[in-house]
Each structure stands twice: as structure tokens, then as C-alpha cells.
Design a protein around this ligand. Sequence first.
Ligand code: CO8
Length: 258
Amino acid sequence: MSYENILVETQGKVALIRLNRPKALNALNDALMGELGEALLAFEADEQIGCIVITGSEKAFAAGADILGMASLNFIDVHKGEFITRNWETIRRIRKPVIAAVAGFALGGGCELAMMCDFIIAADTAKFGQPEVKLGIVPGAGGTQRLPRAVSKAKAMDMCLTGRMMDAVEAERAGLVSRIVPADKLLEEAMTAAGNIADLSLPVVMMIKDSVNRAYESTLAEGIKYERGQFYSCFALEDQKEGMKAFIEKRPANFKNA
Ligand code: CO8
């Protein structure tokens, strides 16, 4: 499939999606978000793929939703037409792991998109922010909800109310990103992490993603109960037998996703 606003490729069991609107710092317009959703769903359905990486350019992961496309909209356009919101949640339907590899700006909707991924690997050049307040709007794709869950309330309030940017070091200290790597190693590191995940048992990996996400939607007691159910389910898998047999036989496991 060919796209105009993203570039897609596969490397072994890993799918790589590059946001590609360089002239607008990968600003996320309707067309780009539509293509991103299509590509994600295609890789979700592709049995050869075990993990997905989303990245941008050296300068920008994405500098936010496309301001030019929003500037003239009125309330009815946004509310009734859902012009800017209709395809922003597709990524939440993806059950395979999705890693954000972020270099440069991840602002507004760009930061929100990165937060919708399962974890963020940041280049040392990464800058995160929710600058919407400076445009006279509130964040609209989870900035006020996912940021306080990822960092502290104080940090989330600071970021959303001032609109300032934080660099990669501050973002890692705050818990927004899982690791920082030199910019020239970003893709290599993200693809290696994705490759390692893709070599594991896909049903188990999907259960883990589901279970960790459940922690954000439930009480601790409900979450623990949910995890317990997932744990029991693993014992119905051939991959559990293979994983434990391989450990005992001191050899790498050969998972069959079954
Ligand atoms: N939208 C459209 N175009 C953009 C955007 C954007 N978000 N960001 C940058 N561009 C364009 C610029 O207009 C410029 O185009 P041109 O060359 O034609 O003038 C080009 O990209 C390069 O940008 P700059 O010249 O500004 O580059 P600088 O290096 O000087 O500055 C910045 C980089 C700091 C990133 C600056 O471009 C900037 O501040 N951009 C806007 C950041 C921002 O405010 N983002 C939030 C947007 S609002 C949002 O994301 C709401 C999300 C709601 C989602 C709801 C869905 C559910």
C-alpha cells in the first residue's frame, strides 16, 4: 500500500512507520492520521508482524495537530464533523506492542500520539510539550489525562498550564520516556527493542500489554484479578510449555505464537 504522509517498511517481524510531512514538522493532519490508522490496522492484521515502531524525523516526531487545518474551524465543525478527532484513537485498537521512537519535537498532538504508544524511547534531542494553552485551546488527544498518569500531577500541570517544553533528561526523570539514547542510535535501539519483543510469544506479549493498560482503568484489586486470569490463560499455550522447557534445557525458546 502506498501512502503520502507516512513511510512504511518491515524489517523481519518489526513494522516501522515514519511520519513524513517534513515541511510541516510532521504536523498531524486528517490525511496523515487516516494513513497512520490504516497502516496500524494493516500491521495488526499481518501475522508476520510482532511489534510496531512509530517514528518521525531527526527534527520532529510531530509538532502537533496541524494548526493551519484547525485555525478556521468553529465549534460545530469540530463537534459535529469530528474533523480533527475522528481518526485519532485508531492506535488504541492495536493489540500488538507499539513503540514511539522520538527525536526532536513531540508537541501537542505529537506528545499525545507518543503517549498513546506503549512506551517511548527518546533521542537526546527530544523535546516534549503540551503548548496548546498558547493557542487558546486545551489538549484534545489525552494530554490532560495521559500526562498526569505518566508523570506527576505537578509536572503535568506545569507542562499543560505553561506550555513549556521539557527535554529528554527531564522527560526520563519524570517517567514519560523509558530510555534516552544518542540521536544517531535512536532507530537502531528502537528496532532492536522491537525485534526482541517480536521474537517472544505474541499472545503473551498482547496479554501483558492488555494487563498493564488495565492498571490505568481499574482498581488495584480488579487489576490483580484480571492479571491472574491472564496468567492462568498462559498455561493453555504451547508457548508456555516451550518457554519453560527451553529454560530447563538451557536453550533459546522457539515460540510459535500458539
Ligand atoms: N501545524 C502546522 N504547521 C506547523 C506546525 C503545526 N503544529 N508546527 C510547525 N509547523 C510548520 C511551520 O508553520 C513552518 O511552516 P513554514 O515553513 O511553511 O512557515 C514549518 O512547520 C517549520 O516550523 P518553524 O519555522 O516554526 O520551525 P522552528 O524550528 O522555528 O520551530 C516549533 C519549531 C517550536 C516546533 C514551532 O514550529 C512550533 O511552535 N510549532 C507549533 C507547536 C504547537 O503549538 N503544537 C500544538 C498544536 S495544537 C495540537 O496539537 C492539538 C492536538 C489536538 C488533537 C485532537 C485530536 C483528538
